[in-house]
Design a protein around this ligand. Structure first.
Ligand code: TUI
Length: 314
């Protein structure tokens, strides 16, 4: 049985977070992950505060265990969602794609544990100073909005820069990944791509099919020109978008091409116009399982890998 400090801090059984995937991670998925012993996280994505409040209540109908909310800080609704999180006294808030400094005091006053995603050492130091509970170090292997550094390079640097517990994200899909990031100093993992095919994940079946059929080089990063690099599956959409990025198309037109593309993938599975966000490990996701089975399986796999690590020591 693998346990770590983050389990005691949050009150969860296994040190596994489900990534806050925009338009995907709803109250139902989050509740299934929390019931399975991990931390289920509702993604606010580009939705408003009332959507998030509804999802929190849906999750709470399904589980009494701790849940989290992820706020994508580039969202125009970030401020109202930050308040919903405090009002609803959600146990954990995670943040992404920005700097959550201005909300930290409000969350701490409401007893909400703050676990920001950091993609740089500078942000890790700032969040430590401002009283975060833990940090998520997310490498660019992940799906969705990506930072520059890989998990292998970022994680030990974040661990050296903070006294807080660090959860690793980006490129983790099985027990080997869990064991590897524990060796680099993490005390927990966050996975997104693996949970895309959880039975409780309500994305369009075509999205799940694409993940299950993915191969090693099937993801690509687009969006660098506008400063929001996003990793997604190679599809007609990603090819069209890449082409447009290197054309004379205006930034506004480019923005319009991407807007709504993730929702299109999630809700209609449309590979012409949809952006199917996924991490580099998509090829290693080979079967649909319940969230609880996914968590148990990776934990069961990690244990012998960690035990065997000693065999390398004379
Ligand atoms: O946020 C994510 N992943 C996401 S958000 C998202 S929704 C979206 N839709 C369209 C365009 C863009 C996004 C899809 N995937 N991951 C967490 C993450 N946070 N990765 C990197 C960062 C990050 C980056 C910069 C965190 C902090 C940061 O600080 C910036 C600063 O102000 O210094």
């Amino acid at each position: 049985m693998i346990k770590s400090t983050i389990c005691d801090i949050i009150g969860i059984q296994y040190p596994v977070f489900q990534g806050g995937m925009a338009w995907i991670a709803d109250g139902k998925l989050a509740a299934a992950v929390s019931e399975g012993g991990g931390l289920g996280i509702i993604a606010a994505g580009g939705a408003d505060g009332e959507y998030v409040r509804r999802q929190i209540r849906i999750a709470r109908e399904l589980t009494q265990k701790p849940i989290g909310v992820n706020i994508m800080l580039m969202s125009p609704y970030a401020e109202e969602i930050a308040q919903v999180v405090a009002q609803e006294r959600v146990q954990v808030v995670t943040t992404g794609a920005g700097n959550p400094s201005k909300y930290m005091q409000m969350w701490k006053d409401a007893d909400v544990k703050v676990i920001p995603v950091v993609a740089s050492v500078g942000m890790a130091k700032l969040m430590t100073k401002l009283g975060a509970t833990a940090l998520i170090a997310e490498g660019g292997e992940s799906g969705g909005h990506v930072g520059e550094l890989t998990t292998m390079a970022l994680l030990p640097q974040i661990c050296d820069a903070t006294t807080l517990p660090v959860i690793a994200a980006g490129g983790i899909v099985d027990g080997r990944g869990v064991a590897a990031v524990f060796m680099l100093g993490a005390c927990g993992v966050q996975m997104g791509t693996r949970f895309l095919v959880a039975q409780e994940c309500g994305i369009h079946p075509e999205y799940k099919k694409k993940i299950l059929k993915a191969s090693d080089r099937c993801t690509v990063v687009t969006g660098k020109r506008l400063g929001h690099p996003v990793r997604s599956l190679r599809t007609q959409f990603s090819r069209d978008y890449s082409k447009a990025e290197y054309s004379t198309m205006s930034d506004e037109e480019l923005e319009a091409l991407a807007s709504g593309a993730l929702q299109m993938a999630v809700q209609s599975g449309d590979s012409e116009k949809g952006c199917f966000m996924a991490g580099q490990v998509a090829a290693m996701v080979t079967k649909e399982q319940t969230a609880a089975e996914i968590i148990r399986e990776i934990m069961d796999e990690a244990e012998p890998v960690l035990r065997n690590a000693l065999s390398f020591v004379e």
